[in-house]
Structure formats: C-alpha cells, structure tokens
Design a binder for this molecule. Structure first.
Ligand code: IMP
Length: 425
C-alpha cells in the first residue's frame, strides 16, 4: 500500500495522533492537509507525553518526512513555539519538516475576531479561539496572507493592506477593539517569516515527486468528519475539510488515489463545544466516562461531553470518507462498567433511521440502544474476552467495514492489530 489516510470518524479527539504515530513507522511521509493549531494530537512513547498541534505526528520517527500541506492554516508564533518544544524531544530540521509556501497564515486579527465573535454571539460555536475560522474566511475571500508572503516585506505590506482598513473599522465600531497597527503586524510577521523560511517549500511538487518514487504517504487528518465544514453538523463545525476529500484539496495525492482510509473512533462518543449530540449522557455514567477517560481538551483544557457509541453517526462518516476500516480507541475506559450500550439507530418523528444523514435534525433524534454484557478485560496481552469480541463485532457488522485495530491505553504499544488485518503495515 502506498497511500493511507487516518481520519477522525467522530467529533475529533479520537486518538488519531497515536494511530498515526504507530503507522508512520512504515511510511516515508506524514502529511497534514487541513486545520491548524486547534488540533491537539497526544502521543505517549515510553511514558513520555508529547502534544502536537500543527506539526505532523510522524515527526517522532527519524526516517519520516513531515509535511504541512497548503490546506493548513498556520499561526507562525505558535508553530515556532511548537517547533522549539518538539526539538527537545526529537531532531526536527528543515530536512525532515516541510511547510507549504501556500499554507494560509493566521494573523493577530484572526485570533481577536474569533474571540470577539464568541463573546458577542448571538450563536456560540464554542471554537478553540485560535483564529481558525476567520483565517479560512480570508482564504475564501482571496485576502489571506500565504506563508510565502511572509518572506518578502513589500508583498507582505501589499497583501496585509487588503481589507485591513475594513477590519480596523469593524473591530473599532462593532467590537470596540483596536487591532494592531499594520506596521507592527508587518514587522511581527516578517520576523517570523525569517525564522521559518528554511522550512518553506512547494509541498505539492514534493508529494508528487515522492509518490512517483514509490514512497509511502500517510495523510493525517485533524478534528473529525462530523466537524467538516461541508459534511459536519453545521454550524457547529470547524472551518476546514476534515473528511477524506480535504486531502485532495489540502495537500494533493497526484496520480494516485487513497488506498486505505482508516477512520479512528473512540469506543464511545465525545464532543467539545456546542452542537447536537444524540447519545450524550448527563448522568453518573457520562461523568464516569469523562473522568476515567480524562476527557479534557488537549488544546483548550475544556471538559469534553461524553456519551455512548453512536452507530448512525459512524455510518454517515463511513459514507462521507469511504472509510475502509475502523481503529477503535480507548476500549480500556469501558472495561469494568456496570452497563454498556451502543446506539444502533434513532427514532425521528416516529420513524427509525439508521444513518445520521444531514437531512435529519439531530436535536430531535431519540437514540435506540442495544445493551451489551459489559466486558472486564484487563488487556494484559491475552485474547479479548467473548464480551469484547461481541462489542467489536457488532460495530463492524453494522458499519460494513472491519475494526482492524483497537487501542486500550495511551502508549504506542497499547494497540492490537486484529487477526488477518494488515492495512497500514
Ligand atoms: P474551531 O476549529 O476553533 O473554529 O472550532 C470549531 C468547533 O470545532 C468547536 O466546536 C471546537 O470545539 C471544535 N474543534 C476544533 N478543533 C478540535 C479538535 O481538535 N478536537 C475536537 N474538537 C475540535
């Protein structure tokens, strides 16, 4: 297999970083194609925790080339801070990390606007406050600063001037905020450009070249399919294409198609921020999963909302991204519970619905549950119990794709490749 994608099949935080890190061992390139530092990919190696936000998770493998594609939005200050942090853990240089010259830059006013809108309302999205949405807005309106613009002061002044007056008026009169003077923003961004310039390349041609040399490429998704700007639970979504389609627009897979698309899903469901969540648990069981699973955002520190596994949502994700298999994470959190359920369908206006199609109002969806005998596995290297096998078999039979991988702890080696499953290896 030459091309592989790892994508969140729920609302993010599924444990993609861990699966990416594991499968990166057999890949030559790991490519991020969307999102920005709103992501938080946590990887544990030998008891040491590393959280990556915009730098691809392949960076912990010395043989891997890590690539930040043009679909990513990059906040230069944060990127450089993350870089210097990761350099204490592993060697990262312009030889093994490449940044697209046409990735979009997140500026000071994007962050200010993101925060101001969340305070002002009227409808709160519960964003990470990193300026992601406003940066993508500027991209679509053709006013964005690209990474290559940071490298030439005249271009930077010209590009930044577009819309700056409009933004200054908006901030002053609507939000009563003064944005930084254009001169200081130019100086700030130009200085960052000088620091990161050695990492900047045309990543599309790099990926093209590597694919034609037969190299193996892993595309690493951030957030999850249900947060996709087009496929997700709009407006409670992020502003990028988190589904597999985002790979073609945000990085490119020239001359090839994706051979394997692994959807990473938790053994239950979580969500941060606002938006519908049919299987959300407001009782002690939800609190237990939140605490036992340490369900706290790696980027924002917010508590995640928790609920039972939701098959209709996953069925929809499989269809949106042509997922070829599932990697099921955090099974250890469900071990030893007193009860165990999976939502297999919804009742909506008296009808039974088994896929969370966008035409369904998820606020009105009543989850229908199947009860399972709780499993009590200790995951000490033995075979999974019959109860755990039943739980996983139900998922794969209902989704029509295998649960090929499962994970039962945060470390790189707390992962099992199920019998006969060889994808990604
Ligand atoms: P934004 O991406 O900061 O604009 O936030 C939009 C929505 O996506 C909010 O509900 C966030 O909580 C959610 N979100 C963004 N990034 C992540 C992530 O990495 N994990 C989970 N949720 C996320």
């Amino acid at each position: 297999m030459q091309t592989l994608a790892i994508i969140g099949a729920q609302w993010g935080d599924e444990g993609k970083g861990k699966i990416t890190d594991l499968l990166a061992e057999k890949c030559d390139l790991v490519v991020r194609y969307q999102g920005g530092h709103n992501a938080g990919h946590t990887i544990w190696v030998n008891g040491v925790k590393t959280v990556l936000h915009v730098i691809p998770s392949g960076v912990l493998h010395p043989h891997c080339l890590s690539v930040i594609g043009h679909g990513v939005v990059l906040e230069p200050e944060n990127f450089l801070a993350e870089l210097s942090k990761i350099q204490k853990v592993t060697k990262v240089t312009p030889d093994n990390l490449k940044l697209s010259s046409t990735a979009t830059v997140i500026t000071s006013y994007h962050k200010l606007l993101d925060a101001a809108r969340e305070v002002q309302g009227p409808e709160k999205i519960g964003t990470t406050g990193k300026g992601i949405g406003p940066a993508y807005e500027d991209k679509v309106s053709r006013r964005a600063i690209k990474v290559k613009d940071l490298l030439d002061k005249d271009t930077l002044v010209r590009r930044l001037s577009m819309g700056y007056a409009e933004k200054a008026i908006l901030f002053k009169h609507l939000y009563q905020i003064d944005i930084p003077a254009i001169e200081s923003e130019v100086e700030r961004l130009y200085a960052y450009g000088q620091t990161l310039k050695d990492y900047v390349v045309d990543t599309f041609s790099l990926i093209d070249q590597k694919l034609s040399q037969g190299k193996r490429v892993l595309f690493e998704g951030a957030q999850g399919i249900l947060l996709d700007i087009d496929y997700g639970t709009y407006p409670y979504v992020t502003s990028s294409s988190t589904a597999a389609s985002g790979i073609y627009t945000g990085a490119g897979c020239p001359g090839k198609k994706l051979e394997e698309v692994i959807g990473v899903a938790k053994a239950y469901t979580t969500r941060v921020g606002e938006g519908p969540f049919p299987t959300e648990l407001f009782d002690d069981v939800g609190a237990y999963i939140q605490q036992t699973g340490k369900e706290i955002g790696a980027t924002t520190g917010r508590k995640r909302r928790c609920g039972w596994l939701d098959i209709p949502l996953l069925r929809y994700s499989v269809k949106c991204s042509q997922l070829t298999s599932i990697a099921l994470t955090k099974l250890d959190i469900l071990s030893n519970m007193n009860e165990l359920k999976i939502c297999y369908a919804y009742e909506v206006n008296g009808k039974i619905v088994d896929c969370a199609y966008p035409g369904i109002n998820l606020h009105n969806a009543k989850p229908l549950y199947k009860d399972f005998k709780p499993f009590k596995d200790s995951f000490d290297g033995g075979k999974p119990s019959a109860e755990l096998d039943t739980y996983m078999s139900f998922i794969q039979e209902n989704l029509g794709i295998p649960v090929g991988i499962y994970a039962y702890g945060p470390d790189r080696n707390q992962v099992v490749f199920r019998q006969d499953y060889h994808a990604g290896r």
